[in-house]
Design a protein. Structure first.
Length: 486
């Protein structure tokens, strides 16, 4: 029986009380192994190890030395690519074609790209005139924030965890990671890589567990945690924000979304269909930046609905290893129940089911897996729960619009504000509309095109703060001013 143990102070350790919970494969619900559940004992041990490491060798390394180690980590992940790929696919059920092109290479690249950007960024300096005429020099100086709690999600387990751990370590911090209880494997495996690459004990720690009254709650409430970065549901983000308020700890929250796409009549239809296909159905719709609301100018509405439906019918649902598969199962039975409840709700609310809306017949043991059909609806009210609430599955609702102003109003009529896509061949219209959308990132004639130097985060209930490039530097360091009197 495979066990997923905590990684604390450079060693794999079991839970002191012996508590474990199951890790199941979403493909057929078979048992992968047992995950050790961390309590206050394990969390405190990890935080104290991280705190001690700040004063140990890690705190004395030069920036160049840290950069060298982070590059080794990236290289070692790529050297052990197949191990990480198998672990990620077992935990998530996603196709190998997807994980091998995005999850693992991007997860490794986060240690290089982000650390290179941060380590080479300058600070500020100012000359100040003084009454005695000698002047003063003000110099900005950055120091690590300290112990960073990283709460990472299950949809892109390695990629989104290293998106946080990479810059945190590049800035000289130490980390305690609490991965999702559904996807522990690649985060656990990364502990081996850290040891292989000479990362000092205590710099990278992993504690497994759940949220309330478990590792998640104990970590975010720990008084020796100096900053908390989280990706996940808005309700969990609110809980973390309350915990962080005690002691005034810094937070970076990237939370839920109900992202719109606006498709104008002057779009390149082929591009719009291809981009919306990916944004609605990639990773079985389990992408925080994915599109669940599509607004299409009325003159091309019928054509767009028919073409998107025809394209979605070509999606090949299957197991990760099968050739040509581009859609796997949802991550868990629990999430399957949630998505299917929304599929049922959509019908109750009066949706026209253009495609899907149920569970595919997979056959044999696969019927026990977390499979759902790619689904497209039309005809729902903008006030319906299906249109308002985040589903996080392979589905979208398509709504016609008549004017640019109407499209913008409907796109913004949500408590969320993470991302949007605008499809038009008019540059002025693209800029004009994008500027009016209440989101953290707006794509024009593209989707999921990410420059890691740019700001990433959400507006409204989609989050607080920005990471990426210089913005990660702002979160993962404390900027102090040193004023020198001449």
């Amino acid at each position: 029986m495979k066990e997923f143990k905590h990684f604390i102070n450079g060693e794999y350790v079991s839970s002191a009380d012996g508590k474990t919970f199951e890790n199941r494969n979403p493909i057929d619900n078979s048992l992968i192994g047992l995950i050790h559940e961390g309590g206050k004992t394990e969390v405190d041990a990890a935080v104290q190890a991280a705190k001690a490491a700040l004063k140990g060798p890690w705190g004395k390394f030069t920036q160049a030395k840290r950069l060298e180690i982070l590059h080794k980590i990236a290289d070692r992940i790529n050297e052990r690519f197949e191990e990480f790929l198998v672990a990620e696919c077992k935990d998530t059920g996603k196709p190998r074609s997807l994980a091998s092109h995005i999850d693992i290479p991007r997860g490794a690249a986060n240690f290089k790209t982000l650390s290179d950007t941060l380590i080479n960024d300058p600070t500020e300096s100012f000359n100040l005139d003084t009454p005695d005429g000698t002047g003063a020099l003000n110099v900005g100086f950055r120091k690590p924030k300290g112990v960073i709690a990283v709460i990472s999600p299950w949809n892109l387990p390695l990629l989104l965890m290293t998106w946080k751990v990479g810059p945190a370590l590049a800035c000289g911090n130490t980390v305690v990671v609490k991965p999702s209880e559904d996807t522990p494997a690649t985060t656990t495996l990364l502990g081996e890589v850290m040891n292989e690459c000479g990362v000092p004990a205590g710099v990278f720690n992993v504690v497994h567990g759940l949220g309330a009254n478990s590792a998640g709650e104990f970590l975010t409430k720990h008084p020796d945690v100096d900053g908390i970065t989280f990706t996940g549901e808005t309700s969990t983000g609110e809980t973390i924000m309350r915990a962080a308020s005690v002691g005034l700890r810094n937070i970076s929250l990237e939370c839920g979304g109900k992202n719109p796409a606006i498709v104008f009549a002057d779009c390149d239809m082929d591009k719009a269909i291809e981009g919306t296909m990916r944004s609605a159905f990639a990773n079985c719709g389990q992408v925080c930046l994915g599109t669940e609301r599509v607004y299409v100018e009325r003159s091309i509405f019928d054509e767009f609905v028919n073409r998107l439906s025809d394209e979605a019918k070509t999606l090949k649902v299957g197991v990760p290893e099968e050739a040509g598969v581009n859609m796997g199962p949802l991550v868990s039975q629990e999430h399957k129940r949630k998505v299917l409840n929304y599929y049922k709700l959509a019908v109750e609310e009066g949706a026209n089911v253009i495609l899907g809306g149920g569970v595919p017949e997979m056959g044999g043991d696969l019927d026990q897996g977390a499979w759902v059909q790619p689904t497209i609806w039309t005809g729902l009210s903008e006030n319906s729960r299906t249109v308002k609430e985040e589903i996080f599955g392979p589905c979208c609702h398509i709504q016609p619009f008549d004017t640019e102003e109407e499209a913008i109003e409907m796109a913004n009529d949500t408590v969320y504000g993470l991302a949007a896509a605008v499809w038009t061949e008019s540059t002025s219209k693209a800029v004009r509309v994008s500027q009016q959308l209440d989101v953290g990132i707006a794509w024009v004639n593209s989707w999921f095109l990410r420059d890691l130097r740019t700001a990433f985060g959400g507006a409204k209930q989609s989050g607080i703060g920005r990471e990426g490039g210089i913005h990660s530097l702002e979160f993962y360091t404390e900027l102090k001013n040193i004023c020198i009197k001449m």
